[in-house]
Design a protein around this ligand. Structure first.
Ligand SMILES: C[S@@+](CC[C@H](N)C(=O)[O-])C[C@H]1O[C@@H](n2cnc3c(N)ncnc32)[C@H](O)[C@@H]1O
Length: 224
């Protein structure tokens, strides 16, 4: 088995096939049925690109995921915590991830996950109204948003204005069909970049097909 680094806390594991993985913060526990792989004194968790858009971006060749050990992350659209759990692995015990999910029902597994992983701070609330939670969320190094809403870019910019450090970075997953079902996804992604570049420096963008159909992630950094 050969292990190579994508970044300080994300790895490729090559055995028969190459798989992406993070180091399990809670060894022995799988979160969504993903494979656990022991090597040396570490346990890795397979990071599935069909279940997680950040993993899909890495499979598509994007390397500069600026989430590191000790990072603070605001995660909008946490769902049950699949990708949040890998962010939790990456940032480790010294990091924090504020995981925002609007649905109380979907948020139940997320809250249970946070009981086991102390660096996850679940917030069951609307990401469009986080002004109300200003006292609970510190300024963060990274904002990731995956909410598949028509006004997703507006929500992302509002939260960056509220919570992103001046040298902070971010990424927004764009589901083209949530913005306009009739338009060509490439056109929607291009238009999204045009809006975002008025507020941010664009660090890169990646189409996530075939892992996530008609999706892209746009990576940004705060303009200083
Ligand atoms: C595509 S899923 C997210 C999947 C998750 N990011 C992952 O990779 O594990 C989108 C989630 O965003 C949530 N959502 C939609 N609108 C929201 C909002 N305004 N505020 C917070 N969460 C929202 C939905 O309830 C849903 O759980």
């Amino acid at each position: 088995m050969e292990i190579t680094r994508v970044s300080d806390s994300i790895f490729w594991i090559k055995n028969k096939n190459r798989i992406l993985a993070t180091v399990n913060l809670t060894p022995g526990t799988s979160v969504y049925g993903e494979r656990l792989i022991k090597h040396g004194n570490k346990e890795y968790r397979e990071w599935n690109p069909n279940r997680s858009k950040i993993a899909a971006a890495i499979y598509k060749g994007y390397k500069n995921i600026e989430i590191h050990s000790g990072s603070s992350v605001l995660y909008l659209g946490a769902s049950t915590g699949t990708t949040v759990s890998h962010v939790s692995d990456i940032i480790g015990e010294k990091g924090v991830v504020y995981a925002v999910e609007i649905s109380e029902e979907v948020g139940i597994p997320l809250v249970l996950l946070a009981e086991k992983r102390k660096n996850i701070f679940p917030i069951i609330y609307d990401a469009a109204k986080l002004e109300d939670k200003k006292n609970d969320i510190e300024k963060v190094d990274f904002i990731y948003q995956d909410i598949a809403q028509k006004n997703q870019i507006e929500i992302f910019i509002r939260n960056a204005n509220l919570f992103l450090k001046s040298n902070g970075r971010g990424a927004i997953a764009i589901k083209a069909r949530s913005i306009d079902v009739l338009k060509n996804p490439n056109e929607i992604i291009y238009e999204s970049i045009k809006i975002l570049e008025k507020r941010f420096k664009i660090e890169g963008s990646v189409r996530l097909d075939p892992f996530q159909k008609d999706h892209a992630i746009i990576f940004v950094s705060n303009k200083r």
